[in-house]
Design a protein around this ligand. Structure first.
Ligand code: MGD
Ligand code: MGD
Ligand code: MO
Length: 865
């Protein structure tokens, strides 16, 4: 929730009464207030590069779409939407495409996120229904975190887990992830398995527990089908074979299996390490099989719990936000399409599934799809084979983008840009991983001419001739229609039923408290846990176990591409950085794209910590800075997914990822791409800080580090520069500046540009990456140094004599730097709690706690009595 400050700004705090987060926020949430300014926002509709009024822009979208449909049919157009839209926005987009344009070509970025989880649930339960609640984290005896870096990606849930373990120390935590992550900190067991081999581990567990007679035969018999075939398929997965296949020590595998046998309530939280795989759906079912066979489902503290990432990925599932499903958990059966057509009074109903995300952009590339409207997602950065996606959009006759930001890698290619309202400015609802529907409330005025996504879509629909069906005046009108549809001819056959909310007045909608669906006559206040009675959603009420044959990732490493590229998130950035990239304090944790590599893989390649490296696959290449880490699995690399072309020269990792998808779910294998890595040899490396805006030079490596009021770039070049002042003048402009220069050994060059006693520019170049005290340099832009020694220190890139630099930020919530933390540890703070008392670090979102503990381990010296 937002709190208005006296000076007209806002701060952001958690809502202590919300059941999901109980008042806690992650660091990105706490820093939201810093991203709310209008810097970089798209504030006006733009048509072919010109600002225009709304009616002209909306007419253009409607006319151009209608023309292409008239000429080439409805299959020639597509929408690509987002789990970051609100449910009301999402519902309208789906209705327009599937019910009125009459094609199902609307897919979303959630395809890259939880499509495999949806298939897993549907196959097992007969419906896309997450059985669990966040509360189960507190009630479990064994929590299995599988393919999830919970500490960084779901810090609020992780804090609930940590707090629960403090209360119940007997609780066990197992982390299954090829690399050692912050989530492994404090876990009882970490299984660094071979990438993609999870299904074997779970098959093996099933088989071993069966042999130990630890399965719930009664539950299997009464509530499931498929157990014998599934157990037969698992029977060859002896612990020894699992250990070999997964690349794990046998005793580690056995330790996991014994924990399963010895604990009552198991909860498996799984995320992108499971879903983003060419066998993602099968991996989900391997997990669900184990929970069904163990009878660990529908009970407190139990269940296979897929945790979604996007604010409204679940809402998207509810409104049918995937090309292969219809609204309110309906599919493409004749009965479902007919029912939806009657409810919507639709003139032309889509009868076949449409193109999923990867196929959709392939179809754009092939010229089959000639118009695409992209809403709330940045596919030029986030889709696999991203260079092909970029080219496809360049060649596409009509690209419309609705976004909150003006300059995203995708918006740059749009013919028509539509300014959307952002978080804090718009009203609507979202659903989270535990089926909990929450209201999002506006507390800021609409900036410029920005409008709600639902309004934009409805206006286009009206101009395409569908005014009656899209005559919504308010998001609550849409919500009630959505709620009514969920109950329409449902009779318990579809899990998603919020018919209890269909008659809400606007006032009731405004005040809607968080509630978990189903919300209907049977569960008027919602429902915490599904399947408690053992009844599932298949027509016969029984769940299905599915025989699973473990498969390794689609493309194996080869002599040419010997390493496996794994990708994912870092603690302080959100996706393609369009908003979190604006917050200086979030950039201080990690400020450049990096490539984690095991030291033993790095040495033979001549790569050392801090070197720039070039990664390449058959699809593309990128540059990042090497980070040697023994926690990385041998043969694997890890690169963050976040960096885009606004923040670095060549760092979109998805340009390397092959467009390989799971055949059942269509979800891309974003976690596994065979690549090659080598040193990117530079002649020089540099950092520049500027008071004025500047574009980075072409032909060099660069990364933009967001700072509050200074432009800051890290750079490196392969061409030798002989005349640095001339180079600086050419690329950054030195007019009117007095230069203070230092020439160093090995062609090092430092310069401070002064004007009227103020620092305007600071530049440091060396043969290798210069070691600088960035905070001292930044401070000099606010308070120019006066004395000779101070100015000399600035020219050297150091803090003035007698001052210590704070070092890299560890706690972003309170801006606490590494050096201050180390100093406090040396003075006797030997626990995260005492550090928190002294410096506040780690006391808000807690996602830096693993790093704090590591620093304590490194720097706490035994005090001599
Ligand atoms: N800070 C931050 N938090 C976020 C987001 C963000 O952008 N930034 N995004 C949100 C979104 S949309 C999502 S979907 C979630 C994602 O949340 P997570 O899924 O937790 O995040 P990732 O880092 O993508 O991947 C998780 C882990 O999967 C591991 N992995 C890779 N291959 C395998 C494998 O074969 N088997 C197993 N078992 N593990 C494997 C990776 O090493 C990685 O540590 O995060 C959400 N939260
Ligand atoms: N290699 C690799 N690739 C991945 C992943 C991975 O782990 N590895 N993860 C995948 C996953 S799980 C996900 S979820 C995707 C995320 O990938 P994207 O969806 O592409 O990432 P975002 O940066 O969240 O893009 C959201 C866009 O919507 C804009 N926006 C924000 N709010 C609004 C709004 O209210 N309305 C509108 N119209 N626009 C808005 C933002 O400015 C931004 O441009 O990336 C996927 N890609
Ligand atoms: Mo996601």
């Amino acid at each position: 929730m937002a709190i208005a400050e006296q000076n007209g700004t806002f701060s952001v705090a958690g809502d202590p009464n919300h059941p999901a987060n109980q008042g806690r926020l992650c660091v990105k949430g706490s820093a939201l207030a810093e991203t709310l300014d209008l810097d970089g926002r798209l504030l006006h509709p733009q048509l072919d590069g010109q600002n225009v009024g709304w009616s002209q822009a909306l007419d253009a979208v409607a006319e151009r779409f209608s023309r292409i449909i008239a000429q080439h049919g409805p299959q020639a157009v597509a929408f690509y939407a987002s789990g970051q839209l609100l449910t009301e926005d999402y519902y309208v987009a789906n209705k327009l495409m599937k019910g009125y344009i009459g094609a199902a070509n609307i897919d979303t970025n959630s395809r890259l996120c939880m499509a495999s989880a949806v298939v897993g649930y549907k196959r097992a339960f007969g419906g896309d229904a997450v059985p669990c609640s966040y509360q189960d984290i507190e009630l479990a005896d064994l929590v299995i975190l599988c393919g999830s870096n919970t500490a960084w990606a779901h810090p609020v849930a992780y804090q609930r887990l940590s707090a629960a373990r403090r209360r119940r120390p007997q609780m066990k935590v197992v982390v299954i992830d090829p690399r050692e992550t912050a989530t492994c900190d404090g876990a009882d067991l970490h299984l660094p398995l071979r990438p993609g081999s999870d299904a074997a581990l779970f098959n093996g567990a099933l088989h071993w527990l069966a042999q130990q007679q630890r399965l719930d035969q009664d539950f299997l018999q009464r509530h499931t089908l498929g157990a014998s075939a599934t157990l037969a398929a698992a029977a060859s997965w002896t612990p020894a074979r699992v250990a070999e296949f997964c690349g794990l020590p046998l005793n580690a595998v056995m330790a996991f299996y014994r924990l399963l046998a010895g604990t009552e309530n198991w909860l498996t939280l799984y995320s992108m390490g499971i879903n983003q795989s060419s066998s993602g759906a099968d991996k989900c079912n391997a997990i669900i099989n184990l929970h069904l066979a163990g009878g660990r489902i529908g009970k407190p503290g139990c269940g296979p719990f897929s945790i979604t990432g996007q604010p409204n990925a679940m809402g998207g599932r509810e409104v049918g936000g995937l090309a292969n499903q219809l609204a309110a958990h309906m599919g493409f059966s004749a009965a479902d399409t007919d029912r939806l057509q009657r409810f919507w009074r639709s003139p032309q109903m889509a009868r076949q599934p449409g193109l999923n995300a990867v196929a959709l952009f392939r179809a754009v590339a092939a010229g089959q799809v000639k118009a695409v409207w992209i809403m709330g997602t940045n596919p030029v950065v986030s889709l696999p084979d991203a260079d092909v996606v970029r080219q496809a959009l360049k060649d596409c006759p009509l690209v419309v983008v609705s976004d909150v930001m003006a300059a995203t890698d995708t918006a740059a290619l749009a013919h028509i840009r539509l300014p959307a309202l952002a978080w804090g400015e718009k009203e609507g609802s979202v659903s989270n991983s535990e089926r909990c529907i929450s209201r999002q409330r506006a507390f800021l005025p609409a900036p410029g001419e920005a409008k709600a996504d639902w309004w934009i879509i409805s206006q286009v629909a009206a101009r395409m001739g569908f005014a009656d069906a899209f005559a919504y005046q308010h998001p609550a009108d849409i919500f009630c229609e959505h709620a009514a549809l969920s109950g329409f001819e449902n009779h318990g056959s579809r899990a998603f039923d919020i018919s209890g909310l269909a008659a809400y007045s606007r006032q009731q909608w405004y005040q809607m408290p968080p509630m978990q669906w189903p919300i209907n006559r049977q569960h008027p206040q919602g429902c915490r846990r599904l399947f408690a009675d053992g009844r599932f959603l298949h027509a016969d009420g029984k769940a299905r176990l599915l025989p699973i044959t473990p498969r390794l990732p689609h493309s194996a490493p080869s002599a040419q591409y010997p390493l496996v590229l794994n990708t994912g998130r870092i603690r302080d950035q959100w996706h393609t950085m369009t908003r979190t990239g604006k917050a200086a304090r979030l950039m201080r944790h990690i400020s450049e794209p990096f490539c984690e590599i095991h030291p033993q893989d790095a040495v033979p390649l001549g790569i050392d910590d801090g070197h720039l490296v070039r990664l390449s696959s058959p699809h593309g290449w990128m540059i990042a800075r090497a980070q040697l880490s023994a926690g990385q699995r041998r043969g694997s690399l890890f690169v963050p997914m976040h960096w885009n072309a606004q923040f670095t020269a060549q760092g979109r990792v998805d340009s390397l990822i092959p467009p390989v998808v799971d055949a059942d779910s269509g979800q891309p294998e974003s976690k596994h791409a065979p690549v090659r890595v080598s040193r990117w040899h530079s002649r020089w490396q540099a950092e520049i800080f500027l008071r004025h805006a500047a574009a980075p030079p072409r032909g060099v490596y660069w990364s933009r580090v967001t700072q509050q009021s200074v432009n800051h770039f890290i750079m490196a070049g392969q061409q030798q520069i002989d005349d640095w002042p001339a180079w600086l003048q050419q690329h950054f402009g030195l007019d009117g500046l007095t230069l203070q220069i230092a020439e160093l050994a090995q062609r090092g060059f430092h310069a401070i540009g002064w004007r009227q006693g103020e620092v305007q520019l600071a530049f440091y170049s060396r043969r290798y990456a210069p070691t600088l005290d960035r905070s001292a340099i930044l401070a000099a832009f606010d308070h120019a140094p006066h004395t000779g020694p101070q100015r000399l220190a600035l020219l050297g890139g150091r803090s003035a004599p007698g001052q210590t630099a704070p070092g890299a930020t560890v706690c972003s919530c309170f801006g606490v730097g590494e050096n201050r933390i180390i100093a406090a540890i040396r003075q006797g703070c030997h626990s995260a709690a005492t550090l928190g008392e002294q410096l506040q670090c780690g006391t808000n979102c807690g996602s830096c706690l693993p790093e704090l503990k590591k620093l304590i381990q490194q720097h706490a010296t035994q005090r001599v009595a």
